[in-house]
Write a protein that binds this ligand. Structure first.
Ligand code: SF4
Ligand code: SF4
Length: 184
């Protein structure tokens, strides 16, 4: 039978690590499944959100941190809003992504998702709102996924989904200040 525990670890070590890093107490989860029932991304996940939490509870660190679940989560917060125990499930996904990167458990495809998140935030920091052309350029150059979805570009341009010029907010300095404050 497969052991989920890393050699030398106790089941509670991972639970405690999550709690120390985020304040999220997964001991409170009683596996009602409401988070999983509302999640719009389960069709792409290897573990349902509630199953992922159960894996944390039993100390299955590597299974959690190498799962697709933590990367395909789109941070919509449905799970966190629905949880009767007020567990920040979406926040858990964030913490797990950080741990997976730190521990080198994110694979090549998952690092592309990380790169997309970074590119998205850089565009918002510069423009104050999304500028899809710049996002695509940053993502493709950084991830080297140069030809990914390239065939969709003409249709997106024709239907106005991609704008050639950016529409910045007036006070971009205020946006930069928000980013600076959040980084402290
Ligand atoms: S909704 Fe809350 S208590 Fe229920 S399974 Fe999800 S995290 Fe656990
Ligand atoms: S925040 Fe993530 S895990 Fe929660 S419901 Fe949305 S996609 Fe699913």
């Amino acid at each position: 039978m497969k052991s989920f525990l890393t050699l030398g670890e106790t089941p509670h070590q991972f639970l405690d690590e999550i709690k120390q890093g985020s304040g999220i107490d997964l001991k409170k989860c009683y596996q009602c499944g409401k988070c999983s029932a509302g999640c719009p991304m389960t069709f792409q996940m290897d573990y349902l959100p509630s199953h992922l939490i159960r894996l944390v509870q039993i100390g299955a660190r590597e299974s959690v941190l190498s799962s697709s679940t933590i990367w395909v989560c789109v941070s919509c917060l449905v799970c966190s809003t629905r949880c009767p125990k007020e567990i920040e499930v979406a926040g858990l996904m964030d913490v797990c992504r950080e741990l997976a990167i730190r521990d080198g458990l994110a694979n090549k495809e998952q690092r592309k998702i990380q790169h997309f998140h970074k590119s998205f935030l850089e565009v918002i920091r510069t423009n104050g709102r999304l500028y899809e052309m710049l996002l695509i350029a940053k993502y493709k150059l950084g991830s080297l996924a140069l030809f990914q979805d390239v065939e969709k570009t003409p249709k997106m341009l024709l239907t106005g989904k991609l704008k050639l010029l950016p529409h910045k907010v007036e006070d971009t300095e205020a946006i930069k200040k928000i980013f600076e404050d959040c980084s402290k």
